[in-house]
Design a protein around this ligand. Structure first.
Ligand code: 3PG
Length: 315
């Protein structure tokens, strides 16, 4: 999900607060459901490139329906808007497909532990490329993140180097996407969160579909029939794919809606807490073994991500 730039104001009305609370609730709930559906699909259809393309396509079909039925106003699109969205969509694509590759190779919970290290990438990229400097507290908060992720990685039974690298690349994509989108959401404030995310999905689909076809296209037919026979019918597999795709779209869309009313930092605290909910629910659902030391590492990484956001809010 991308970060909007509007700052919190003390005068936020209770109606707006209620709206925000429901956006956050839906964001967490949709994300938990998505992660469970996504991993259940990858277990029988280990084609992360094709699957992430299908997820983007489902969102595009969903939005085409919303626009056609006039449930959502059709956005006014200009070449300038498309040009500005192009890099954001590219980074969104990289963040999604590499996360999906990671989910296909390791436990969902572990990918999310590594995704909690996003602040480390944010600090490195913004200090190296934008010359930004941070408070001592911000730098210090990176230590528990790195230590926690390393400890969790050492004790993770599902660890795979490909999955680990996928999660790291996903962090890079997410940070770049956020840097680019802050400016964008301010500049095109006449486009609401729902339409902004829909346009990003369309451009992302254009990027990803040909690459996914190149990477996994030749295994499509065999993968499909194995998954359909594992579930018992083509219809059941289509249902699973469609549900996963719609939940992927909805969790991102709701996060965009939330973001128009909060600062990027409030968003990042919310995203860290979301990972706690996803880690716990996926461990319970998939009954993954998590050693006590792994829990300690996970807790440290999450605590570091929280301290990071807090130190920036204070600043
Ligand atoms: C994905 O696209 O699946 C992600 O990049 C996971 O990251 P998120 O939990 O921050 O959306």
């Amino acid at each position: 999900a991308v970060h909007a730039a509007a700052a919190d104001t003390p005068s936020t009305s209770s109606g707006t607060n209620r709206k925000l609370v429901s956006y956050f609730g839906l964001w967490y709930a949709f994300n938990i459901v998505f992660n469970i559906l996504n991993k259940s699909t990858l277990n029988i259809f280990p084609k992360p490139w094709l699957l992430s393309t299908i997820q983007l396509a489902s969102g595009v079909i969903w939005m085409a329906g919303m626009w056609a039925l006039r449930l959502q106003p059709v956005p006014k699109v200009s070449p300038k808007l498309i040009f500005s969205l192009a890099p954001v969509a590219l980074f969104h694509t990289v963040a999604h497909v590499s996360a999906c590759v990671s989910f296909s190779k390791m436990a969902v919970s572990f990918t999310h532990v590594i995704k909690a290290a996003e602040p480390v990438f944010s600090v490195i990229l913004t200090s190296v490329f934008m010359g930004e400097s941070f408070s001592a507290m911000t730098y210090l908060s990176l230590l528990p993140i790195v230590a926690g992720c390393s400890l969790a990685a050492m004790k993770e039974v599902s660890f795979s180097i490909g999955g680990f690298n996928g999660a790291l690349i996903s962090n890079l994509g997410s940070v770049l996407r956020n840097v680019f989108s802050k400016k964008l959401l301010n500049e095109f404030s006449y486009i609401d969160g729902i339409n902004m995310y829909a346009l990003i999905s369309i451009i992302s689909l254009c990027y990803l579909a040909p690459v996914a076809y190149f990477v996994e296209g030749s295994t499509w037919a065999a993968g499909w029939s194995a998954a359909a026979s594992a579930l018992g019918s083509n219809a059941k597999f289509v249902q699973l794919l469609a549900l996963g795709g719609v939940f992927y779209h909805l969790y991102n869309q709701v996060s965009y809606q939330a973001l128009t009313g909060i600062s990027p930092l409030t968003f990042s605290v919310g995203n860290t807490m979301k990972r706690v909910a996803v880690i716990v629910s996926s461990v319970v659902f998939f009954r993954n073994y998590v050693s006590p030391l792994n829990w300690v590492g996970t807790g440290l990484a999450i605590l570091g991500a929280y301290l990071y956001s807090n130190s920036k809010i204070k600043k």
